[in-house]
Write a protein that binds this ligand. Structure first.
Ligand code: DOR
Length: 430
């Protein structure tokens, strides 16, 4: 590989590259959009990052970009701008768009718009049932040919176990990971928050932990009998973590992600009736949160994903019962996790970075999340200690439905580089 125009040397960094077991002072060299050895550079631009963390570009495997269909909430352009500001170089777009991403035309639409307007890399997840109705399987072979990265009915859960079994079998045939939003519809019923002390005190209908756990159990069983990867999206309960831990120990190919909001907030906040705390699955109690943190620390949960779910202010400005589920998270995920996990000494910096890089890259089977020589130069540079106050008026996202507005956090993204090109930067001269 030859150096030349566009060569950059990021010098004096703290290079955190969990894929290679690295956490040391050093430089990262970029040429021709790839990571190279510093000796391969020709007349590079030297950017002294003065001790900032230089890590592989972060991957968010759970993002709603809302295009096509709800461009009043988000677009591929604004969503990927938000991703860049949050340190993400790759996002996986969820299929609950309008029309649903369950067909070659819509997939091609998303891919073209992402190529033209996307600021970071956009992978596309396709719906695993037609129209996400949970009734008949999508044409998984054709979806694979269109280049989708994963299958999911995110936002809804296939209730029919026979349909789900066939989906897992086809997913295995076509080597596509399944990402599942685990929720038993009968048990969840018309609940609006976690079932527990606070739902009783507030008089709001509760969703029991068992609604998630029943489907996690179902998925583990199907993953084991078919022998194929099922990834549990936004895991939120103690029982789910216990089952995934036990299954992984036995070699069942299940994995799990957790969101920053399920780690950072307890259900008590809902006493404010602020609809920016309404999500699916619901924010749980501290007992569940402890289990989520234990799961991250012992490697049961290998990924952190934002579940960035933009909604308009008008839609959220209604009674708690009627508000849509979802919070945005691309621009706060890293700082919230640095604050709640790293600064509380619950995870080391390399452990935390691995949940945003190696973990999702492994689940999706993509060549990313590493600073290997020859890898694409997708890089995130951040200050793990810089104090900031989350201010939703400064977001790139089109929506404002964050539960973190006004939070004082520690840790801030300084630059995001995709294929060697800065797509977001607060560093002078970059
Ligand atoms: O809170 C959520 N919002 N959870 C989901 O699974 C879907 C998402 C959305 O699309 O708004």
């Amino acid at each position: 590989m030859k150096g030349g125009e566009g060569d950059i040397l990021f010098s004096n960094g703290r290079v955190v590259d969990p894929a290679n077991g690295k956490d040391r002072k050093g430089d990262v060299a970029v040429s021709g959009g790839k990571i190279v050895k510093p000796s391969q550079l020709r007349d590079p631009r030297v950017v002294d990052v003065g001790g900032l963390v230089v890590s592989p570009g972060l991957i968010d495997m759970h993002v709603h970009l809302r295009q096509p269909g709800r461009t009043d909430k988000e677009t591929i352009r604004t969503g990927t701008q938000a991703a860049a500001a949050g340190g993400f170089t790759t996002v996986l777009a969820m299929p609950n768009t309008s029309p649903v991403t369950d067909n070659p035309g819509t997939i091609e639409y998303v891919r073209r718009h992402a190529a033209e307007e996307g600021v970071v890399k956009v992978l596309v997840a396709a719906a695993m049932t037609v129209g996400q109705k949970g009734e008949s399987m999508s044409s998984i072979g054709s979806l694979k040919k269109c280049g989708v990265a994963a299958l999911t009915d995110d936002g809804s859960c296939v209730q029919n176990h026979e349909v789900m079994r066939h989906i897992v079998e086809y997913a295995k045939t076509f080597s596509l990971p399944i990402l599942d939003h685990c929720e038993d519809a009968n048990l969840a019923s018309d609940g609006v928050m976690h079932e527990g002390k606070w739902s009783v005190l507030l008089g709001l209908r509760g969703i029991p932990a068992a609604a998630e756990e029943l489907m996690v159990a179902r998925d583990i069983i199907l993953s084991e009998i078919v022998g194929w990867k099922i990834h549990i999206q936004h895991i939120s309960t103690r029982g789910s973590v216990r089952m995934v831990r036990e299954a992984r120990k036995r070699g069942v190919p299940v994995s799990a992600e957790v969101t920053p909001h399920h780690l950072a907030i307890t259900d008590e906040v809902i006493k404010s009736f602020d609809t920016n705390y309404k999500v699916s699955p619901p924010i749980r109690s501290s007992n569940h949160i402890e289990a989520l943190v234990e799961g991250l620390a012992d490697g049961t949960i290998t990924c952190i994903a934002s579940d960035h779910a933009p909604h308009t202010e008008t839609e959220k400005l209604v009674e708690f019962d009627y508000a849509p589920n979802g919070v945005i998270g691309l621009e706060t995920a890293l700082t919230v996790c640095l604050t709640c996990l790293y600064h509380k000494k619950l995870l080391s910096l390399p452990e935390l970075v691995s949940k945003f890089t190696v973990g999702p890259a492994e689940v999706l089977g993509i060549n990313a999340g590493t600073l290997d020589i020859g890898a694409n130069a997708d890089i995130t540079i951040f200050n793990p200690d810089e104090k900031m106050t989350v201010d939703k008026s400064k977001f790139r996202s089109k929506s404002r439905n964050t539960p973190f507005h006004g939070w004082d956090t520690r840790g801030r993204v300084c630059a995001t580089i995709v294929d060697g090109k800065p797509v977001f930067s607060r560093i002078k001269g970059l």
